[in-house]
Design a protein around this ligand. Structure first.
Ligand SMILES: Nc1ncnc2c1ncn2[C@@H]1O[C@H](COP(=O)(O)OP(=O)(O)OP(=O)(O)O)[C@@H](O)[C@H]1O
Ligand SMILES: [Mg+2]
Length: 303
């Protein structure tokens, strides 16, 4: 495991999994200031094909700022941002999309009353016939949407139903399949499981894995270390705009990741404060030590 980007001896972080492909997207010491506010500082991130890179962090940690840089909505003000090894400065999300970087936002930008297949092709409709009698090629759009959804293992009863009638998890899944169909190489998912229950979250995690298996590099933003650990190959934890943890799966246990997210020391302080409040049972809360203990045991076991 490494903290603050580089290990003490300076050796590069080893990734697990298949032979290491070159990163599609890479940040090196990247940062972003909004006027006097430094939202992000010194961030290193590599997104490789067929890998899920998880970005975790509490509210205000800088997760959205990070993806806004990669998706072309904002520009970094420090460090480097590279795509296919060459430095870039995107001016618009369109430029990022042209390089194969697609973002699925939590609000999903769908038209709820339009059918599923129509939303699948929104803004990129297929047409047939010559101008001026060019018409929407509805049959081909339905067929293609159906094929692509099935390829991802998504089975919907009826593609004519309004997308607003699908569950949150299903809508996320359609958005993922859509990005895959339109040639995304990097898929950014901003908290896709945040508003979902356990079962629906499972559905979305399944399609994150499916996108990874199709060779996409996935950036999975989440508050939830359990969700991250189910599909993640690499974990970056942001705290107050800097990287507190940057570790491959082989270097970090779920307990350790959870502890980083919980903030062991902060939790201990909070427990102390809560103990002063009448009626709050702090006995049930874990100690920072308890959170550390399984980590130490796990790393002893694996080394
Ligand atoms: N446009 C902006 N102008 C000024 N400050 C900003 C702007 N956008 C974000 N910030 C600040 O940057 C910091 C990081 O915000 P960011 O939205 O990236 O956090 P986040 O990790 O996505 O949080 P959340 O989990 O709440 O979505 C915050 O302190 C925020 O107030
Ligand atoms: Mg955010």
């Amino acid at each position: 495991m490494t903290t603050n980007g580089t290990p003490p001896d300076g050796t590069p972080v080893e990734e697990t999994g298949p032979a290491d492909a070159e990163p599609i997207v890479e940040l090196r010491g990247a940062g972003k200031s909004y006027g006097n506010i430094r939202a992000l500082h010194g961030v290193d991130l590599s997104v490789r094909p067929g890998r899920v890179t998880c970005v975790l962090g509490d509210n205000g940690a800088g997760k959205s700022t990070l993806i806004k840089i990669i998706s072309g909505l904002h520009q970094h003000t420090e460090g480097e941002f590279l795509v296919d090894g060459a430095p870039v400065h995107f001016n618009t999300p369109r430029e990022a999309l042209d390089r194969g970087i697609a973002t699925v936002y939590q609000d999903l930008a769908t038209v709820p009353l339009m059918p599923v297949w129509r939303n699948f092709f929104l803004g990129s409709e297929l047409t047939r016939g010559p101008w001026p009698v060019r018409r929407l090629d509805i049959a081909r759009m339905k067929r293609t949407a159906d094929d692509e959804l099935r390829n991802m293992g998504i089975v919907l009863d009826d593609l004519d139903q309004p997308i607003g009638t699908l569950s949150g998890g299903q809508r996320q899944s359609v958005a993922i399949a859509r990005a895959v169909h339109f040639g995304a190489r990097v898929l950014i998912l901003d908290e896709p499981t945040a508003a979902l229950g356990v079962k629906q979250s499972g559905v979305v995690l399944k399609y994150i894995a499916a996108a990874r298996d199709r060779g996409l590099g996935v950036i999975f933003i989440t508050h939830n270390p359990h969700h991250a650990y189910m599909v993640g190959d690499h974990f970056s934890v942001l705290r107050l705009g800097t990287m507190e943890l940057n570790a491959a799966r082989s270097e970090v246990s779920l307990e350790e990741l959870t502890n980083h997210m919980a903030g062991g020391a902060e939790l201990a302080a909070l427990k102390h404060e809560l103990a002063q409040v009448r009626g709050v049972d702090v006995e049930g809360l874990p100690d920072a030590d308890d959170l550390q203990a399984p980590v130490a045991a796990a790393s002893e076991g694996t080394s």
